[in-house]
Write a protein that binds this ligand. Structure first.
Ligand code: THG
Length: 269
């Protein structure tokens, strides 16, 4: 599982406060703890108004990369904020994201292509959020024509089915899972990602829902998630599920994580 650490997000209270105070230590700590927990990418979302976003994004990326040289996931619909981030990134970042919205296609996709960035593709367009699996697959198909034309290889794509809260509709889990299964079948080289905790928004005991969902999603072909990498239970569930579907040769990753004390019951300190 390619883990994209979600915690540097300006829509979160502690990060909004750190940005307002330009508290670099706080941002560096969020970077370090997520990388130590095993994050492969760090998502960076300024969560500010579009006019301030390029400046805040530049500061966030610079600050994070003072602490870690982990590749980033630049989470913005704003082409100017993406350009600012590209200027500061230590390694080629993941671009989060493009969609069928014209602005993103015309001003984000060319930057991703030029810099050879992997790219998250949302099943969304100017007409809004497609409700059914068929509608999502149509949007994804149209976007795939555009990324193919731009010369982006399909194994550089992270397709996001748009994970919506089950509290807003009983079928939201099935819609996301069935979209994942179809993407896995029709676009076998592409990665599948998404915001894992979206599924449990508005529910009690969210962690239980997130853990159950990630197992089903791995079975449906999900191989990446935007999530809290410091959540030990979730990491344990992911590594267990991957070993159960043949994604962990000789269960080496599971065994190694257990040996290192990263999963399983905590031993008394
Ligand atoms: N797809 C893509 N990008 C995304 C999302 C997605 N980026 C944003 C989001 N969804 C994923 N990122 C986060 C970041 C933080 C939190 C959740 C998702 C988070 N949420 C807690 C909650 O919801 O209760 C608490 C907030 C807080 O700590 O203040 O932390 O779907 N491509």
């Amino acid at each position: 599982m390619l883990i994209i650490g979600e915690k540097i997000n300006g829509t979160r209270k502690e990060v909004a406060a750190a940005i307002a105070a330009r508290d670099a230590d706080k941002i560096r700590e969020l970077a370090r703890t997520q990388v130590e927990a095993g994050a492969n990418y760090l998502d960076v979302n300024a969560g500010t108004s579009p006019d301030l976003e390029p400046e805040v994004m530049r500061w966030l990326v610079r600050t994070v990369q003072q602490e870690v040289d982990t590749p980033l996931s630049i989470d913005t619909p704003n082409p100017l904020a993406l350009a600012a981030a590209l200027g500061e990134a230590a390694q080629t970042p993941l671009v989060n994201s493009i969609s069928g919205e014209a602005e993103r296609l015309e001003r984000i996709l060319p930057q991703a292509a030029e810099h050879g960035c992997p790219l998250i593709m949302l099943a969304l367009d100017d007409t809004g959020m497609p409700k059914t699996v068929d509608d999502r697959m149509r949007v994804i198909g149209r976007l795939l024509e555009r990324t193919d034309d731009a010369g982006i290889p399909q194994d550089r794509l992270f397709i996001d089915p748009l994970i919506m809260a089950i509290s807003t509709g009983d079928e939201q889990g099935n819609v996301a899972l069935e979209t994942m299964r179809r993407v896995r079948e029709q676009i076998p080289d592409a990665h599948i990602t998404g915001g894992l905790s979206n599924i449990s928004f508005g529910m009690p005991a969210r962690s239980l829902i997130n853990q159950a969902f990630v197992v089903l999603a791995i079975s449906a072909g999900m191989d990446s998630a935007i999530m809290d990498p410091t959540n030990r239970d979730l990491i344990g569930m992911i590594l267990a599920a991957e070993s159960l579907v043949g994604k962990d040769r000789f269960c080496r990753t599971f065994n190694g994580a257990f040996r290192d004390g990263r999963i399983g019951p905590r031993t008394a300190a």
